[in-house]
Design a protein around this ligand. Structure first.
Ligand SMILES: [Zn+2]
Length: 284
């Protein structure tokens, strides 16, 4: 009977082993998920150590892009502001062996801002309504499938040393009507202050839009985009390659804006995330 139980235990152990087990003397891969609290509007970094060859993965239907990072592999993905808190599965393939981890997305409370504005500032004329819809369609069409990585190193602040205005994620209620939450961070600056590219990238939009005014969008590759709104002017052209720190635009107050400031937005694999979280990360 004892032997029988031992056999069963051995079978269970075998069944629980990954199909392509690592050699007995090799260190099995370790998976680290950071930060500790994964929240809507934040980023998630997956670090895989002790992988020999290939690391692939996906989370919530998005492909993760793993890059070598000091002997490990790291991928970053965005958690959209509208994500329902709860458990989600992270699916990985490390050296051909499937591995899964549960990731808990926890609720984050963003501040609420109530504003009362004259009705004519809130209700658009039919022409402006049509224009805003056109802008929205244009903006929705610019995101290509994740392009090749051009970013490297840290992402930098596009306007270093300036005070922050309205933070990311603020839920705005204008004249008692809930509006879309603030999808970027406002940085207070003076008209004409130079805005620098947070990383190497390609200009995929230069446009004058009803709400966001003169706008520039950069594609940094692997699904990471940065957006700059209310500019007095763009100093780059559509399709241009830019380097980290290059001046891409000047601060202004175009579009629906009440004073000179930069609205800086970040998208990571389609998720709108807090730009200040992106510049905290060391990804390679
Ligand atoms: Zn803003």
């Amino acid at each position: 009977m004892g032997e029988f139980i031992k056999d069963i235990v051995a079978v269970i152990v075998l069944l629980c082993m990954p199909s392509h087990a690592w050699a007995a003397d090799a260190t099995p891969p370790s998976i680290l998920i950071s930060p500790k609290k994964i929240v809507p509007g934040g980023l998630m970094v997956v670090t895989v150590k002790n992988a020999v060859g290939m690391v692939e993965g996906s989370f919530r239907g998005k492909q993760l892009h793993f890059n070598p990072a000091k002997g490990a592999f790291k991928a970053v993905t965005g958690i959209d502001l509208n994500t329902e808190p709860g458990p989600y599965q992270l699916a990985l393939s490390v050296d051909g062996t499937p591995l899964a981890r549960d990731v808990l997305i926890v609720k984050k409370r963003y501040p609420v801002q109530r504003l009362t504005l004259p009705e004519d500032m809130v209700v658009l004329s039919p022409e402006n309504e049509a224009r805003a819809e056109r802008d929205q369609r244009k903006m929705a069409s610019i995101w290509p499938v994740d392009s090749l990585r051009v970013w490297s190193g840290r992402f930098i602040d596009p306007l270093p040393g300036k005070a922050l205005g309205t933070p990311f994620g603020v839920r705005r209620i204008i004249n008692n009507i809930p509006k879309n939450p603030h999808s970027g961070v406002d940085i207070n600056a003076d008209e004409g202050d130079p805005v620098q590219a947070p990383n190497d990238g390609v200009v995929i939009l230069v446009d004058d839009q009803f709400y966001s005014g003169n706008s520039v969008v950069l594609d940094h590759g692997q699904g990471i985009y940065t957006m700059f709104f209310h500019l007095s002017k763009a100093t780059v052209k559509y399709g241009q390659a830019v380097r980290k720190g290059d001046v891409i635009a000047l601060v202004g107050s175009t579009g629906r804006s009440t004073g000179a400031h930069l609205h800086w937005g970040v998208r990571v694999q389609g998720a709108k995330v807090d730009p200040l979280e992106l510049i905290k990360l060391k990804l390679d």
